[in-house]
Design a protein. Structure first.
Ligand code: ATP
Ligand code: MG
Length: 359
């Protein structure tokens, strides 16, 4: 059912690096499809740059504004220093927790390409669901002195509740795909041959949920695949997969791997969703190697804005954006694309103009 709301307040959190380039681009696309509805944008701080200026990576005001004033939000990226910085914790990991955004939805899509922008021209339509609240991301690490030297430990949390929630999301999204296309398969991604207790719980929880699914969900198929062989098969036969249901860490890795299949991380959208709120967030990071040059690919952020619109039940606006992006990717001269794609000589702005022209 389409939304009857006439205006939305959208939080914009560019974060670090290319977040400052791709989030304004995505906001511009939202305004362009708004029609007789309005989007009011609120800029909000978070990230490593903000931490170095202010001593806090996620200001309380950002969280309270999202909670109290926003219908949804877009997040760019944050730089995570590879060494430990005293007092710094990743604001996105914290935000997902604070707003209980338990599912990370990552469609990996490629329209049929005939303009040489990908080696393989067959279309691809995968949906990766990454559990968003636990696994190794609880960041319970410690170091121990032993006679043989230091030993580092990291706890990994897998709960029945979180596994059931992501499993249910996978079934719901598979059902929507079934209704559209007449087939849908959920693949549980795990490593329970080694981690029989933790991955074992993830696997059996999702399997049990599936076994007890209501009648409407009957046509959905269930498969499972060990994460290592999944990555291998993903490269050899990506069309063998549909919806992938992953614990947090595997979901992170599998989505970067799947991004390579469609040509660039700069194309892959994501959304952090809970039962109420949705925070669009491209899969890519802050890309410090290209930040500030005006050449970041805005498509991942623009597609993330479309995912946010779907969450707001603004499906017509979302579809308009998705079609304009696909049209641009399939018809643009390779040189009009950003340099992350083969032959790309364009800029964030030229890609944005191309999408705007196709809306
Ligand atoms: P972070 O620490 O923020 O995760 P990172 O460098 O580890 O940063 P990404 O930001 O995901 O990871 O970048 C990985 C590679 O992909 C980099 O070479 C980057 O330039 C490229 N890349 C990522 N996003 C884009 C984009 N939107 N447009 C063009 N190139 C991109
Ligand atoms: Mg990264």
């Amino acid at each position: 059912t389409p939304s009857t709301k006439s205006s939305y307040t959208i939080g914009l959190i560019p974060g670090d690096g290319i977040g400052h380039e791709v989030i304004p681009a995505a906001a511009q696309i939202l305004s362009a499809v708004s029609g007789d509805k309005t989007f009011d944008f609120v800029n909000l701080d978070a990230g490593f740059e903000h931490f170095t200026k202010s001593g806090t990576a996620l200001p309380e005001k950002t969280v309270s504004t999202l909670r109290e004033a926003c219908d949804g939000a877009l997040f760019g990226a944050v730089s995570s220093p590879s060494h430990k910085v005293e007092g710094y914790a990743s604001p996105i990991v914290q935000l997902r927790k604070e707003l209980d955004l338990y599912a990370n939805v990552r469609p990996v899509r490629r329209p049929r390409l005939e303009n040489g922008t990908a080696a393989d021209t067959a279309p691809l339509d995968l949906l990766i669901l990454r559990e968003n609240t636990e696994c190794l991301y609880i960041k319970q690490e410690r170091i121990e002195q032993t006679p043989e030297g230091q030993v580092a430990w990291a706890d990994r949390r897998i709960s029945e509740r979180a596994s059931r929630r992501i499993g249910q999301k996978a079934l719901d999204m598979a059902l929507a795909r079934y209704l559209q296309r007449g087939h849908a398969t959920v693949t549980i991604v795990h490593k329970s041959n080694v981690l029989s207790v933790s991955d074992g719980l993830f696997r059996t929880t999702v399997r049990d949920l599936y076994a007890q699914r209501p009648a409407a969900y009957q046509p959905i198929q269930l498969n499972e695949q060990l994460v290592d062989s999944l990555v291998y098969r993903l490269y050899r036969e990506p069309h063998a997969f549909d919806v992938l249901c992953c614990p947090n860490l595997y979901g992170d890795i599998v989505s970067d791997a799947a991004a390579a299949l469609v040509g660039s991380l700069g194309l892959v959208a994501g959304a952090n969703v809970g039962d109420r709120f949705c925070l669009g967030e491209p899969v890519h990071g802050s890309a410090p190697d290209i930040a500030g040059q005006g050449i970041a690919n805005p498509i991942a952020a623009v597609r993330s804005a479309a995912l946010l619109l779907h969450h707001l039940d603004e499906h017509a606006m979302a579809t308009r954006i998705e079609r304009a992006v696909d049209a641009f990717l399939t018809t643009a001269a390779p040189s009009a694309l950003t340099p992350d794609l083969p032959g790309g000589k364009g800029t964030t702005q030229s890609v944005l103009n191309g999408i705007l022209a196709g809306l």
